[in-house]
Design a protein around this ligand. Structure first.
Ligand code: ADP
Ligand SMILES: O=P(O)(O)O[C@H]1O[C@H](CO)[C@@H](O[C@H]2O[C@H](CO)[C@@H](O)[C@H](O)[C@H]2O)[C@H](O)[C@H]1O
Length: 511
């Protein structure tokens, strides 16, 4: 359990509102299940489901915990896969809508072998499940308590309930620990239905018509989420390189900074995903006599990246690293490599060469390196091509890093290196799983090189630091990213592991 989660758990236990989970002490469903019931009162009674009227939130949450324990591990965004849940501890339960349907906002601490994580859930409750509810959105029927027999489900899949959530953002409401906030500007509609997005993502997004998209963060950390912090800074500076921020909501956490829970931005209805566009272009290398020229787009994307960096450097702190601080940057990379090599044995033979590349960062001419806030996990899938140019999304940073780490200013070239890796991925994707074909491999390598060069040229043309002028830094940053990718692929997509490993081989043997 992290220190912060530990202090939250204590604070709520001390508050003396600790209903026993149905598993009893030591059972998985909230052994010390400290639900802080923010509103609502007990209804009592059993038998026919009685959704409607005021909500008995404490009883509802207790009855829901066993269903949540079964459902949670199957969710894409659930980070504790493979680790048995040892406890579910509701920290706050806030009714957002009473009646039939009802909606309860839940911050739930999930304890497992590796520690504890805090998750955001929106529970929908109805006497009858909503029509056409996806099977994966259903948590099941409650089997005891005042709502015995009622349908419990993930409210993000209920367009009507998501419309209510938009309404709270539109009117900047407050509910117990939850505060909904709006940016200045035109009012928000409160009558749009919301449909859950279908993109493969780490959180859950709800799309309102063609106007807005609400990202509901799933794994919650105390403090302002970097996605909100950086998107707001860019929005306030008038940048058109991100979807404008319209609203957000957050929760007070006992003993910690308020945590960002959701971010509402303009939806880009005519946008195309950069990764899909790149894959489409790469696929044409297999025999299309007129393969498109993605390098023009890569150049524009480089320009867009430099523009975003310029705005961030004006809006947020910038620093120059002295020799000792540059040394710490190199040490952090070396440590990440060692942790990764312990987890993925295929990395181990490259360690000496990669460590040597990191040591080069301490060379005299690299002192005075400028650092600033950056995107932190830039890749083609985070770039959308719109009729008005490239727009960047998702400024959360690498999900595996703590929020504190993600907020540390970095060399801007870290984003450039990350995007260069993405061109490499797109090219390697063409060859993955196919019989070796040297001619195709050559075409794919040339495609990646051409687009990497064009991207760097666009970045430099728009005022970014010329990556070619800092080869040691760029190489170290690419290695650091490829090491991260090795761990990411080993964990999430083992079939893709050869892509970053091939890059590691290349980067380790390059001089
Ligand atoms: N403003 C937007 N307009 C259109 N589509 C968007 C917008 N924001 C996100 N998306 C779509 O949703 C997907 C997931 O968004 P992202 O912010 O990357 O979520 P996550 O952090 O959960 O991975 C994106 O890849 C994109 O397809
Ligand atoms: O988009 P997320 O914030 O969830 O980022 C994670 O997932 C990405 C994959 O979806 C992963 O990116 C890696 O794979 C991409 C191709 O799918 C490739 O374009 C990127 O260059 C590569 O890093 C990202 O690293 C991870 O944090």
């Amino acid at each position: 359990m992290s220190e912060i989660s530990r202090s939250q758990a204590h604070a709520h236990r001390d508050a003396g509102t600790a209903p026993r989970g149905p598993g009893g002490p030591g059972g998985p469903h909230g052994a010390a299940g400290a639900a802080r019931v923010v509103a609502g009162h007990t209804q009592g009674g059993h038998g026919r489901p009685r959704v409607g009227g005021s909500l008995a939130v404490g009883e509802l949450v207790q009855a829901a915990l066993p269903l949540i324990a079964d459902w949670l591990p199957g969710q894409r965004w659930y980070a504790g896969k493979g680790q048995a849940i040892t406890g579910l501890r509701p920290l706050t339960a806030t009714p957002l809508l009473t009646g039939d349907p009802a909606m309860v906002h839940l911050l739930l601490q999930v304890e497992h072998g590796g520690g504890a994580d805090l998750y955001q859930l929106l529970l929908g409750l109805r006497t009858e499940p909503p029509p056409s509810l996806l099977p994966e959105a259903s948590l099941g029927s409650l089997s005891h308590g005042p709502y015995d027999g009622a349908a419990l489900y993930d409210a993000v899949h209920d367009p009507e309930l998501m419309s209510r959530l938009l309404g709270h953002l539109a009117t900047a409401d407050r509910f117990g620990p939850l505060a909904f906030r709006r940016t200045p500007g035109p009012g928000l509609p409160s009558d749009l239905l919301g449909r859950a997005g279908t993109a493969e993502q780490s959180n859950t997004s709800v799309i309102y018509g063609t106007s807005f998209i609400l990202k509901l963060f799933r794994r919650i950390s105390p403090g302002t989420n970097p996605d909100l912090e950086l998107s707001l800074a860019l929005s306030r500076a008038g940048s058109t390189r991100i979807p404008r921020v319209a609203a957000w909501f957050e929760s007070r956490l006992v003993g910690a900074e308020p945590a960002t829970l959701g971010l509402l931005q303009r939806f880009l209805p005519d946008a195309e995903d950069g990764w899909e566009l790149a894959l489409d272009q790469v696929a044409r290398l297999k025999g299309d006599p007129s393969p498109g020229n993605f390098a023009v787009e890569a150049h524009r994307l480089g320009r867009a990246t430099a523009e975003v960096h310029r705005v961030l450097a004006r809006a947020l702190p910038v620093a120059k690293l002295d020799r000792e601080q540059t040394g710490r940057l190199a040490t952090a990379m070396a440590e990440r490599l060692d942790v990764a090599a312990a987890a993925v044995p295929a990395l181990r033979r490259y360690r000496p060469a990669l460590h040597a590349a990191f040591r080069q960062l301490t060379a005299d001419h690299l002192t005075g390196l400028t650092v600033q806030r950056i995107h932190g996990d830039l890749h083609l899938g985070q770039a959308m091509r719109t009729p008005h140019g490239w727009v960047l999304l998702d400024f959360e940073g690498e999900p595996a890093k703590s929020v504190a780490e993600r907020r540390v200013p970095q060399p801007a070239l870290r984003d450039v290196a990350a995007m260069l890796r993405s061109f490499d991925y797109a090219a390697a994707h063409l060859l993955a799983g196919a019989e070796p074909d040297p001619q195709l491999a050559h075409l794919a390598a040339s495609w990646a090189a051409r687009n990497r060069t064009a991207y760097c040229a666009g970045y430099t043309a728009a005022g970014g630091t010329d990556p070619a002028g800092c080869p040691e830094l760029l190489r170290a940053l690419e290695i650091d990213k490829a090491v991260y990718e090795v761990v990411y692929e080993a964990r999430h997509r083992p079939g893709w592991l050869p892509i970053p490993l091939t890059a590691i081989h290349r980067l380790a043997t390059a001089t």
